[in-house]
Design a protein. Structure first.
Length: 95
């Protein structure tokens, strides 16, 4: 399993708005090719992590154009451009 790990620095005081906007975009996020799961993690201090999960590295790479288009919708709330990197999921266990 592979994932896109996206670190986002949000403008001061805009985290709640960013989270709501992402909630409103969940249907659009679901149109990203081959996406299996999506998470938004609020790290506090106006920082967030987006995680999008895929079966293969190729699926993650193929999703790049659509993912960038969707992430781009948050540009007006970001304090800096986000960085989307591919990571391999070493353990994914549900209890």
């Amino acid at each position: 399993m592979y994932a896109s790990h996206v670190e986002v620095q949000i403008q001061s005081g805009k985290t709640a708005e960013a989270i709501q906007r992402v909630k409103d975009m969940t249907a659009d996020i679901g149109t990203i090719p081959n996406i299996k799961r999506f998470m938004l993690i609020d790290k506090g201090d106006d920082k967030a992590v987006f995680m999008a999960f895929y079966d293969t590295a190729e699926d993650q790479e193929a999703a790049t154009p659509k993912a960038q288009e969707i992430i781009g919708r948050l540009a007006d709330l970001a304090a800096a451009p986000p960085e989307r990197v591919q990571v391999e999921v070493a353990i994914d266990h549900t209890y």
